[in-house]
Design a protein around this ligand. Structure first.
Ligand code: SF4
Length: 166
């Protein structure tokens, strides 16, 4: 975070505590969001795909999009090492969103059901919910490596193997 941005964030926090305010803070800089927010909602193509208490969501993301965002951001702790998840494809138009799970054309873990069915936002832990058919498996499972989760998906009724992002 740049020094001026850091100062601005600290000023916002100070004002918040002084006047007991609630903020809705919208940003792409996940380090700033972590610093500012008690609760976080991650949106993709106009829909909330994951929501939860900040520390819980950052430490145990349960949606592949959140995991990709976190993998591409600067680590909260500079000593942390992480491997970046590169998403394929382009962001589709929100005016003509993909069928099923809106993230499926870019998701490294997508399988057949994702193309036709929209996953509901459902709880994976107290104050933590994600809209992904694999949310339980991903919760606490680290970064989305297509291998283990996809292999698991193939063992579930109605689930096929992973599809390739275009
Ligand atoms: S695994 Fe399926 S439901 Fe989950 S985010 Fe990927 S495409 Fe969506």
């Amino acid at each position: 975070m740049f020094r001026s941005a850091h100062r601005f964030i600290n000023l916002l926090k100070e004002v918040q505590h002084t006047f007991n305010l609630a903020y809705v803070f919208i940003a792409h800089d996940l380090a700033s969001v972590y610093h500012m927010a008690d609760r976080v909602a991650v949106m993709y193509l106009g829909q909330v795909v994951e929501i939860g208490e900040t520390v819980e969501l950052y430490s145990r993301p349960a949606h592949p999009y959140t995991q990709a965002l976190l993998s591409a951001s600067l680590p909260i702790n500079p000593r942390d090492r992480k491997s970046e998840v590169i998403l394929g494809g382009e962001v589709p138009s929100p005016l003509n969103p993909p069928s099923g799970c809106r993230f499926h054309p870019r998701c490294p873990l997508a399988f057949d059901r994702c193309k036709t069915e929209q996953p509901p936002l459902r709880s994976v832990a107290p104050d933590h919910a994600a809209a992904c058919f694999l949310a339980d498996e991903l919760h606490g499972g680290g970064l989305p490596t297509p291998g283990p989760a996809a292999a698991h998906a193939e063992t579930q009724p109605g689930r096929a193997g992973p599809v390739q992002a275009p």
